[in-house]
Design a protein around this ligand. Structure first.
Ligand SMILES: *[C@@H]1O[C@H](CO)[C@@H](O)[C@H](O)[C@H]1NC(C)=O
Ligand SMILES: *[C@@H]1O[C@H](CO)[C@@H](O)[C@H](O)[C@H]1NC(C)=O
Ligand SMILES: *[C@@H]1O[C@H](CO)[C@@H](O)[C@H](O)[C@H]1NC(C)=O
Ligand SMILES: *[C@@H]1O[C@H](CO)[C@@H](O)[C@H](O)[C@H]1NC(C)=O
Ligand SMILES: *[C@@H]1O[C@H](CO)[C@@H](O)[C@H](O)[C@H]1NC(C)=O
Ligand SMILES: *[C@@H]1O[C@H](CO)[C@@H](O)[C@H](O)[C@H]1NC(C)=O
Length: 289
């Protein structure tokens, strides 16, 4: 009985003083979490600069040497160049807090190495999904299927019929880009053909437009492939936690800026001059009494 009373008291104290503690740090944090410029892009939540990790979600850190250098984002252990950021309304009749952010990213290492004749940087990109937010390929993206095969390997006609790009690597292998099973392909390509043994498969996202540009009859296959990879692909971000999403939407309604407390693992809200209390929360508090 006494123990549960103490627990209740503890909860009341935490609930009363924790918001005050968060609010007291809000003013400087609000300013710290202003959109920041890197290259020619303004980034804001869920992206953050390494200087202010409280301003964004884990996994969305933008590396930026100085405000005029290229913004970089770490994906699968590799720094991608963020070439563009655009906001689209997720639902035209809803308010502006429900914007979708789309970024265009390029793997500069891959482009650089392929330009130099090396196929060493091809790898399967796996996009991390954290408990709060994740990056996703939006509809309209496509996968390139690549096979890196020994040059002497004899390939079936079934295989070579699907090749849309073919370049030699300076380690003696041959790289074949394959068209298969995406929404952009005619049903002809839907049959599953196993990769020849001895070849290494790699899946890489590209834009649907880039995907359609590749053609086996292109004169300069390498230049074309580099051009498509250098155009990059789109990534959109999504909340993976509905409570965090609601906390951030609530924060926008209070004219605040969302942030993230890594130790509490919670979305926090920073407002200029303190966050106005939300009406809904107040009512809940009264009925709770
Ligand atoms: C970035 O923000 C600054 C200041 O708010 C603004 O002047 C500039 O036009 C913005 N740039 C882009 C590319 O949105
Ligand atoms: C910014 O960084 C780039 C390299 O990323 C460098 O070339 C440039 O000189 C730097 N600019 C300033 C103003 O420091
Ligand atoms: C990429 O993924 C495929 C299928 O999951 C796998 O067979 C292949 O070995 C991977 N390639 C690399 C370079 O890791
Ligand atoms: C990301 O992970 C969360 C749970 O941690 C899950 O609910 C969500 O569906 C995942 N999203 C994607 C795109 O895999
Ligand atoms: C591309 O391939 C990966 C791995 O096979 C898969 O997880 C992803 O959903 C595919 N994306 C598209 C747009 O087909
Ligand atoms: C790959 O390109 C070479 C010439 O560069 C050509 O001889 C060969 O037939 C091509 N292979 C396929 C499968 O398209």
């Amino acid at each position: 009985m006494v123990r549960s009373f103490m627990l209740l008291l503890f909860i009341i104290v935490v609930c009363t003083f924790l918001p005050i503690f968060i609010l007291s740090t809000s003013d400087t944090s609000y300013d710290d979490c202003s959109p920041f410029k890197c290259g020619n892009i303004n980034f804001s939540f869920p992206f953050y600069s390494h200087l202010n990790s409280i301003c964004g979600l884990p996994g969305f850190e933008i590396s930026c040497e100085n405000s005029s250098s290229d913004p970089r984002l770490l994906l699968s252990g590799r720094l991608y160049h963020v070439k563009n950021l655009e906001m689209t309304l997720s639902n035209p009749i809803s308010d502006s807090s429900l914007m979708n952010t789309l970024i265009t990213v390029v793997d500069p290492q891959l482009v650089k190495d392929l330009t130099a004749g090396s196929c060493e940087s091809f790898y399967n990109l796996s996009i991390a999904n954290t408990s709060t937010g994740s990056l996703n390929l939006p509809p309209g993206s496509a996968n390139l299927t690549l096979f890196k095969c020994p040059k002497k390997l004899s390939l079936s006609k079934e295989f070579t019929d699907k090749v849309v790009n073919n370049v030699s690597c300076n380690d003696g292998d041959q790289l074949y880009v394959w068209r298969n099973r995406t929404q952009f392909d005619p049903p002809l390509f839907n049959s599953v053909v196993l990769a020849p043994s001895g070849c290494l498969a790699v899946f890489l996202p590209v834009s649907g437009f880039g995907y359609l540009l590749l053609n086996a009859s292109d004169a300069d296959q390498r230049t074309k492939l580099i051009q498509v990879l250098d155009a990059g692909f789109l990534l959109g971000w999504k909340w993976s936690n509905i409570e965090a999403q609601e906390a951030c939407e609530e924060c926008h309604k209070r004219r605040g800026r969302c942030g993230y407390d890594g130790s509490l693992k919670k979305v926090v809200c920073f407002c200029k001059g303190g966050c106005e209390k939300s009406k809904r929360k107040k009512q809940l508090f009264i009925t709770g009494n």
